[in-house]
Design a protein around this ligand. Structure first.
Ligand code: ZN
Length: 340
């Protein structure tokens, strides 16, 4: 009898579907196969010692799951023709965070409503706790980092993918924006999710979207498929993380190559992280210095000597900061660091 209880405990502990496997059918199927194998092995081991009636109990394995109108509930079918509801639990979302300047018609809902100077120097954000998980939107090679790129600010991370690769919600949250390329321009098909932890994540250039505005999503849930829509050359995910509209380097939080969280569960967001010159590779001292940089766009007639005088520095320093020589031709439109 003791063996029977042991076997049943294993059966139920291994057939419990976790939130992560729930959203990925292949993982679920793989898991079910493992369960069946475990059960078969246990059955073989105990076959001679267990009575006939017990062996029937042991063979109760999960054979399928069926969706219900509520995506957080599924019906689990067992091999002995019984079934049970499995409740994943709808994520707990703090309404006061979600509702602040909620707008499903504007990509950047906080724009003109929250000023950078009104934010504190440090903001503690509890990214993950016992109720809220993390999941990388996709794992892959990085094509482009959060940086000043050419003449444009690149306020996100580009991750290489194949068209149709699943894109997952990073944390629990509520879908704020679902827009097509006509509405977004450069972003292509775009999803913006507002999270219970206070952040927003942007998923751009998607080939298709799987969620609707206002929908509650769980971390790890597939919300769309990767693509090449909008201003994009080659299939990739352009991914942004913003706090009240202000972007910072997503790689501060996510290691996209491993899919793991790079930051601690309690993430201290510093105001200087919002600078386009601040990135995860820097120490906080370097990030602060980089954020205080002043850039100058070269205009007709500008010379290094003139700029040094204008910004109270020297030609030598200008050359060091910008990795140029005093003889380098200054092309109109180029940006130079003139103070840091
Ligand atoms: Zn990008």
């Amino acid at each position: 009898m003791k063996n029977v209880f042991f076997v049943l405990i294993i059966l139920f502990s291994t057939t419990t579907l976790s939130a992560q496997t729930f959203f990925d059918e292949s993982e679920t199927i793989e898991k079910m196969n493992t369960d069946t194998l475990i059960m078969q092995n246990i059955d073989l081991l105990t076959e001679s010692s267990l009575p006939e009636s017990t062996r029937e109990l042991v063979l109760r394995t999960v054979i399928d799951t069926i969706a219900t109108p509520d995506k957080f509930k599924k019906i689990v079918l067992f091999s002995d023709h019984t079934w049970e509801y499995y409740d994943l639990g709808m994520p707990v979302i703090n309404d006061s965070i979600i509702d602040l300047h909620w707008n499903d018609e504007k990509i950047h809902a906080y724009r003109d409503l929250v000023e950078l100077k009104s934010l504190p120097d440090e903001i503690d954000l509890l990214l993950v706790d016992s109720l809220h998980a993390f999941y990388a939107p996709i794992t892959g090679k990085i094509n482009s980092h959060y940086c000043f790129r050419g003449k444009r600010e690149h306020r996100g991370t580009d991750i290489k993918l194949e068209i149709g690769d699943p894109i997952r919600a990073c944390f629990d949250g509520k879908v704020r924006v679902v827009m097509n390329p006509r509405q977004t321009g450069g972003y292509g098909n775009l999803i913006v999710v507002r999270h219970a932890n206070g952040l927003e994540t942007y998923y751009a250039h998607l080939s298709s979207v799987k969620v609707k505005t206002g929908e509650i999503v769980k971390a790890g849930e597939i919300i769309g498929l990767g693509g090449n829509t909008g201003r994009s050359t080659g299939a990739h995910l352009h991914f942004e993380i913003r706090y009240q509209g202000f972007a910072f380097d997503p790689e501060r939080i996510i290691n996209f190559e491993t899919g793991e969280m790079r930051s601690a569960n309690l993430f201290c967001l510093k105001k200087h992280y919002f600078s386009i010159y601040s990135n995860y590779k820097q120490t906080d001292v370097q990030s602060l210095a980089a954020s205080q940089r002043i850039m100058h766009t070269i205009k007709s007639g500008d010379t290094l000597g003139g700029l040094a005088k204008k910004y109270g520095t020297t030609v030598t320093k200008l050359c060091t900061w910008n990795n140029i020589k005093s003889t380098t031709t200054l092309k109109i439109g180029r940006k130079l660091i003139v103070r840091q």
